[in-house]
Each structure stands twice: as structure tokens, then as C-alpha cells.
Design a protein around this ligand. Structure first.
Ligand SMILES: Cc1cc2nc3c(=O)[nH]c(=O)nc-3n(C[C@H](O)[C@H](O)[C@H](O)COP(=O)(O)O)c2cc1C
Length: 218
């Protein structure tokens, strides 16, 4: 019997918006689920890691893989890191097959360049490829407030086939820690890609007062 084909990779683009812990958790869940990851960290994201977390992300792909594996505590799974501007990477071509692409978080700069077809770095080129190939592209923009230019760019991307999934918190799952809120945001974004990773207390409808009193606190 022929061996089953290797699972297609997911392209994960991390751009220079706030909320980098969401990207780290998304990567961890993907690696734990043995979904191969093609990872691009933008030049802007390096600066945000430095500014927000006091951490220097190495630009060299091999050093970066070691960095992400240490951050996620995950030595298993396929992880290919790319230089932010490597336009010759396999994922810069539509002939290289993937299961889709997620940009988490997406900066307004990256959103604007993809929306106008300006592929200056590898995230933008890979996103352009996913749109032209009609493959899933999920964009998780992080900015507040959105100006009219941001809104028009996001609308343009939605019209071109991308799904816009901003990491917006909710409280109906009754989070008690930041980690639970991070998981809610990441898992709901994965929902848009059709990926069931991690565990989440999903909305099952209102609970009546008597069962609420008996509900476990976990
Ligand atoms: C600490 C920090 C936080 C930032 N947060 C955001 C943000 O939430 N959204 C955004 O669009 N830009 C944000 N920026 C600005 C972007 O990083 C900047 O526009 C950068 O050029 C984006 O580059 P990239 O799109 O190549 O990642 C932030 C910058 C810094 C230093």
C-alpha cells in the first residue's frame, strides 16, 4: 500500500502588530497537532517582540527555529522558518502546495500592502499567492481604532477572498486567566481555518440558575 501523503503545511505570518503572544500560542498548538508550519516573522514583528516582551527574535532561519521551539516548548512537528524578505522561498510560488495561510497578528502596514498587491516581503508575497490560488487566507488584524483606510483595505481583502478574523475578546466562556483569553482568541481564529486545535468552553446556550449552581468551576 502506498504511504499516505505528508500533510500540507500551513503558512503562519507574524507581522508587527501588538499581541505577539497570540502568534506564539498558535504556533504551539499547530506544532503539537503535528501540522507542518511555514513560518514568516516580519521585520516589524522583530521590533514589537523587543518593545513588548524585551526579547530579540533571531532573523536567521535556523536560529529562529531554535528560538520558537524553546518559546513553545515543542520539539516535535515540522517547522520551517523563513527570512522576512526571502522572495525565493518555496511559499512565494503558487506551485508549492499549502493548506492555507494565517496572519496573526496582522499589522495595518501588512494589511495595506496585501490589499494593494504590493508584495515587498515574504508575508505579503505568500498572502498574494494564497489569494491568486484561491486558497484559504485568514487575516487577524490588530489595531484600535480602525481608520477609513484600514476599513477599506480590510474590505478589499474580504472581497478578494480573505477571511477577516480580528482577535476580539469575549466573556461568555468565562475566562479567569490571560491564558484562557489567549486560547479563546487563537482557537476562534483557527475555527475560521476549519482547524480544531486546543480546547475551549464553547457557548451552548444560556444555562438556568439551578444548573449554574452545580456547574464545576474548571
Ligand atoms: C510595540 C509596538 C506595537 C505596535 N502595535 C501595532 C498594532 O497593534 N497594529 C499595527 O497595525 N501596528 C502596530 N505597530 C506598528 C507596526 O509595527 C509598524 O507599522 C511596522 O512597520 C509594521 O511592519 P510589518 O507590517 O512589516 O510587520 C506597533 C509597533 C510597535 C513598536
Amino acid at each position: 500500500m502506498a504511504p499516505s501523503p505528508a500533510p500540507l503545511p500551513l503558512v503562519l505570518g507574524i507581522s508587527g502588530a501588538s499581541a505577539q503572544p497570540l502568534a506564539q500560542r498558535a504556533l504551539q498548538l499547530l506544532l503539537e497537532a503535528e501540522i507542518p508550519v511555514e513560518l514568516i516573522t516580519s521585520r516589524g514583528a522583530f521590533l514589537v517582540w523587543q518593545a513588548e516582551l524585551g526579547v530579540r527574535v533571531p532573523p536567521d532561519p535556523a536560529a529562529q527555529e531554535a528560538f520558537w521551539r524553546e518559546r513553545t516548548g515543542c520539539s516535535s512537528g515540522v517547522l520551517r522558518c523563513h527570512r522576512w524578505n526571502d522572495q525565493a522561498a518555496a511559499i512565494a510560488s503558487g506551485s508549492y502546495r499549502t493548506r492555507g495561510m494565517l496572519i496573526l497578528p496582522a499589522s495595518m502596514g501588512t494589511v495595506g500592502r496585501i490589499a494593494t498587491g504590493v508584495a515587498l516581503d515574504l508575508i505579503e508575497r505568500a498572502a498574494d499567492v494564497h489569494l491568486k490560488e484561491g486558497r484559504p487566507l485568514v487575516i487577524a488584524p490588530r489595531e484600535l481604532p480602525w481608520n477609513l483606510v484600514h476599513l477599506r483595505n480590510l474590505t478589499r481583502l474580504a472581497e478578494a477572498g480573505a477571511r477577516i478574523a480580528p482577535p476580539v475578546p469575549a466573556w461568555y466562556h468565562q475566562p479567569t486567566t490571560i491564558e484562557e483569553m489567549v486560547d479563546f482568541l487563537v482557537i476562534r481564529v483557527f475555527d475560521v481555518l476549519g482547524l480544531e486545535l486546543g480546547s475551549l468552553r464553547r457557548w451552548q446556550g444560556p444555562i438556568d440558575a439551578s444548573s449554574a449552581a452545580q456547574r464545576p468551576s474548571a
